[in-house]
Write a protein that binds this ligand. Structure first.
Ligand SMILES: [Fe+2]
Length: 383
């Protein structure tokens, strides 16, 4: 994370900062981990606490797939439903205490504002583009971007077209760059697969001095509250700090390769408590003369492994399509499909794109997952 500032701020924090008419701007500290984590200080035209009306709070409880078995799963999320409503378009499929994974195909821009009060949202843009407006400024996003929206960030998505496909990773703890890639000052090290230049920060702060009726939906756990404000929520004239949304393109991730097969940690892009997020990108294959480019069979004893297939021909698996998701639970070995190991010999490069989440606590399937499930997948190594 980097210090960033947009707009106008006073020369000293917590001091009088006045408008042209002599009245005060309203300071808001957005802090994390109490006062021990990263924070930003925001200056509003009006009180951010001035609620006009509190509407109905809805329950977001979703049914759990109780018949799930301890087995590999292949979910064909290509068939996830579209919906005009951004939040209603989300189909949660996997969850535990640390993370929830959803597919979403929103067709329309948001008419309301939204903030997740209890989870960071890391949104992988599989298809689509547009503008993310936030209290901290505007971010453009496009296919291949991870859009990282820290918890508590009020935002609104505006899509360029109706063709949008998102893979949403909600984490109970903050999404961060891998600690081993940071020096003692937090700067990304030379051997990291991306650097600060690749992390896109908000570039433009549009102060909305507008009154009317503005609905902000606030999600906290399984509750979705509706808050109505009489002033536009993006009324900041300036802010500074380390807490703000950002994007990182999967196309800016530089793969780490070697003479023999490199283990998944070289593909890591982010981490949160009890999980890591990796991505597979086009790269040259291993260059030892006897190298086997396909991965080895693997027993991941301590983690459940989720792969979301984005683009390209995933070399070690058969029957996988774009937007397929596989879950390989800990304790059940997985590996390349028969024939793919031999087929990989001598191959020089791969064009695959995929996002991987390894969780250190077991994942559960929602009832929504069942409709996408390829029940034959667990036996697909035997054919
Ligand atoms: Fe694996």
């Amino acid at each position: 994370m980097l210090y960033h500032s947009l707009g106008t701020i006073p020369h000293k924090r917590h001091t009088q900062f006045r408008k042209a008419d002599g009245s005060l701007y309203r300071e808001e500290l957005v802090s994390t981990k109490g006062f021990a984590g990263i924070y930003s200080t925001v200056y509003h035209l009006d009180l951010p606490t001035k609620v006009h009306q509190i509407g109905e709070t809805k329950s977001l409880e979703f049914p759990v797939w109780n018949n799930d078995q301890l087995r590999h799963h292949h979910l064909r999320l290509n068939a996830a439903p579209r919906d005009a409503n951004y939040l209603a378009s989300r189909t949660p499929v996997l969850f535990n205490h640390d993370v929830m994974l959803s597919a979403a195909r929103p067709t329309d821009s948001m008419t309301y504002f939204y903030r997740n009060a209890a989870a960071d949202e890391l949104i992988f843009v599989h298809e689509g583009s547009g503008i993310l407006e936030t209290l901290f400024g505007t971010l453009a996003f496009k296919q291949g971007d991870y859009v990282l929206i820290p918890r508590g960030t009020t935002h609104q998505f505006r899509f360029s077209s109706s063709e949008n496909r998102l893979f949403i990773i909600e984490t109970s703890s903050p999404v961060q760059t891998p600690k081993r890639y940071r020096n003692e000052f937090g700067q990304l090290l030379e051997h990291a697969p991306y650097c600060e230049r690749d992390l896109k920060r908000p570039t433009e702060l549009q102060t909305r001095d507008e009154t009317g009726e503005f609905e902000v939906k606030v999600k906290k756990g399984n509750l979705l509250a509706s808050y109505c404000y009489s002033r536009h929520p993006f009324d900041a004239v300036g802010w500074d700090g380390y807490f703000y949304p950002m994007t990182l393109s999967i196309y800016d991730f530089e793969p780490i390769t070697g003479r023999i097969h490199q283990p998944p940690p070289v593909h890591q892009v982010f981490e949160a408590e009890n999980l890591v997020i990796c991505n597979f990108v086009p790269r040259l294959f291993d260059y030892h003369p006897d190298a086997i480019p396909a991965p080895y069979n693997h027993s991941n004893i301590d983690s459940d492994e989720v792969l979301y297939y984005v683009d390209g021909n995933f070399m070690s698996r058969k029957g996988i399509e774009s937007a397929s998701l596989t879950l390989h639970p800990g304790g059940i070995p997985h590996g390349p499909h028969p024939g793919t190991t031999e087929k990989s010999l001598g191959v020089k490069e791969t064009k695959e794109y995929a996002v991987m989440i390894d969780t250190f606590r077991p994942l559960h399937l929602t009832a929504h997952a069942e409709q996408f499930d390829d029940a034959l997948y667990p036996m697909s190594w035997s054919v």
